[in-house]
Design a protein around this ligand. Structure first.
Ligand SMILES: CC(C)(COP(=O)(O)OP(=O)(O)OC[C@H]1O[C@@H](n2cnc3c(N)ncnc32)[C@H](O)[C@@H]1OP(=O)(O)O)[C@@H](O)C(=O)NCCC(=O)NCCS
Length: 184
């Protein structure tokens, strides 16, 4: 993914680099952070592989850096989805960086990028109903809950998970922000 770095009032969003793996390992080895992710906690090798993959052409996530401290607080999932002009967005932050509005702030910047630069038609996000923090972020972004899938994800050893499906259309984004659509 060719991602030009973006800044917000408190954050820098940039591509992940291979050397980010120790910071990534710190939060992705934490069971409380990974509880509602569709993957297990990462060991050192897993964190290295995650950083390596997301530093390359197959990247699906971006690093979020706290500008004031330079710390890597977490990452944003951001990649094309299976439908044309549609991106999926997501968020994972270390516990010490949660509940400070960082996920919402980073996501707002990515929605701007998706709709105003990439020309996306739709951005989608999913989470489990029990993950209140995650769907709160979706709702703060103005995304709509479009679906509640019952027992749709098999997550051994936890069994079957329900899933909420949220989305935001370009027309909703532009109506809400009052920004002019490119080309209009
Ligand atoms: C989901 C996550 C990224 C949210 O990040 P964040 O930076 O704390 O989010 P924000 O501060 O921007 O907003 C979080 C909102 O959820 C609320 N919230 C946070 N934790 C909560 C909790 N445990 N229960 C209920 N609400 C919670 C906050 O109060 C806030 O809403 P408010 O502004 O109306 O008060 C973070 O909790 C996280 O990394 N969790 C672990 C990884 C994960 O589950 N990712 C999502 C997978 S789908």
């Amino acid at each position: 993914m060719n991602f030009p770095p973006r800044t917000t009032s408190r954050l820098l969003l940039r591509s992940i680099s291979p050397g980010d793996w120790p910071a990534i390992h710190r939060y992705m080895s934490d069971p409380s952070v990974m509880a509602w992710l569709p993957r297990d906690v990462l060991d050192v090798a897993g964190a290295r592989a995650f950083a390596e993959k997301n530093a390359g052409e197959q990247a699906e996530a971006l690093a979020v850096i706290v500008a004031a401290s330079g710390e890597l607080a977490g990452h944003m999932v951001f990649h094309p989805w299976i439908v044309t002009r549609t991106h999926e967005i997501g968020w994972v932050f270390g516990t010490q960086h949660q509940r400070q509005g960082y996920a919402t702030e980073a996501a707002r910047s990515l929605l701007t990028y998706a709709f105003e630069i990439l020309g996306c038609h739709r951005v989608i996000a999913t989470c489990q109903p029990e993950n209140v923090a995650s769907w709160r972020v979706m709702e703060k972004l103005g995304m709509r809950r479009e679906g509640h899938f019952r027992a749709c994800l098999h997550r051994p050893p936890h069994g079957w998970w329900d899933e909420y499906f949220y989305a935001l259309l370009a027309e909703e984004y532009f109506a809400d922000t009052g920004c002019l659509r490119p080309g209009s």
